[in-house]
Ligand binder design. Sequence first.
Ligand SMILES: Nc1ncnc2c1ncn2[C@@H]1O[C@H](COP(=O)(O)OP(=O)(O)OP(=O)(O)O)[C@@H](O)[C@H]1O
Length: 354
Amino acid sequence: MAGVQVANVSRSFGAHKALDDVSIDFPDGGFYALLGPSGSGKTTLLRQIAGFDFPDSGRIAIGGESVERVPVEKRRIGMVFQNYALFPNMSVADNIAFGLSVRGEPRATITAEVQRALDLVQLGKLGGRRPHQLSGGQRQRVALARAIVTKPRVLLLDEPLGALDKALRVDMQIELKRIQREIGITTIFVTHDQEEALTMSDRIGILRDGRLVQEGPPEEIYDRPQSEFAATFLGDANIFRGDAIGGGIKLPDGTTISASSGASVPAGAKASCAVRPERIQISTGAGKPGSGNANMLKGQVSKRIFAGNNSTYFVDREGQTLKVVVQNTGAERLSEGQPVVLSWSPESTVLIAA
Ligand SMILES: Nc1ncnc2c1ncn2[C@@H]1O[C@H](COP(=O)(O)OP(=O)(O)OP(=O)(O)O)[C@@H](O)[C@H]1O
């Protein structure tokens, strides 16, 4: 096994910088999600690591060894893409065996390794079938088995679950994570789906316009986003903008918001505060706001969206619409047009430099 180090990698296509000085350390045996909007450079970065494309500058190492001059087939990387191209005229077992056959492994070794890979992806009895006789999820498992049967050092996954419907996708997320843990392979996973990134990975890197915006464990990025972009791209956030004061900001209407974490911003400079919708308490104002909720604003409910176990309230105040998510516990519902008080703690508030 091996970690992957990407250091100061840049890659341009004409005048367009697809990757701009990106450095990431992908830990040995870790599950790392690359997240970012369309065109942010996720696939380009994966292609540099695989060796399908080469950086204009910067270094890439696998297991501590520089791979800039190492061709794709010698990098010992397994890959699965959204459009898994299985050979339609070959059986499942022959599809999986392909890489081993090309390497000239003995017949007995191939048979044993293919069976092990089939068992690992829980398709032990389906080796004799053709790809068209499998479901989408099963075909994706075959693609995964084919990628890992050669015992690669690194597994690259580019939207591997993108073609699956929601229920199957969730099943495959669990499955993929189990397999990754079982073989302990360094995995780099590209996804559009922020929930998938949050639930599956040990670390997340967020790319935007070819630059790494922030990276770290999922909880850290979610709880302490360093930019408005990271706050709103990974999860939902209410953003308040104003002028920095000690330990928070002052909004244009004079209201102050206290934040106990985030950037240190000199007083008077432009800054914002981010607050997750589930951290805000909403009440009719009849009772007192929760203790420790030093931040308080008045507003009016403009809409409520029911989503089964929770509801989202949209609350208007001073030309801004705020989102508040509450668990549906059977307590009284707030109706549209109702005046409300929002309150939350400084610990739930992150200060962000403009
Ligand atoms: N071979 C190429 N020639 C020219 N431009 C390219 C090439 N490959 C990628 N690009 C451009 O580089 C940018 C990054 O592309 P990339 O495929 O890495 O984005 P992505 O984050 O993977 O997007 P998506 O989520 O849509 O797959 C895009 O603007 C894309 O158009």
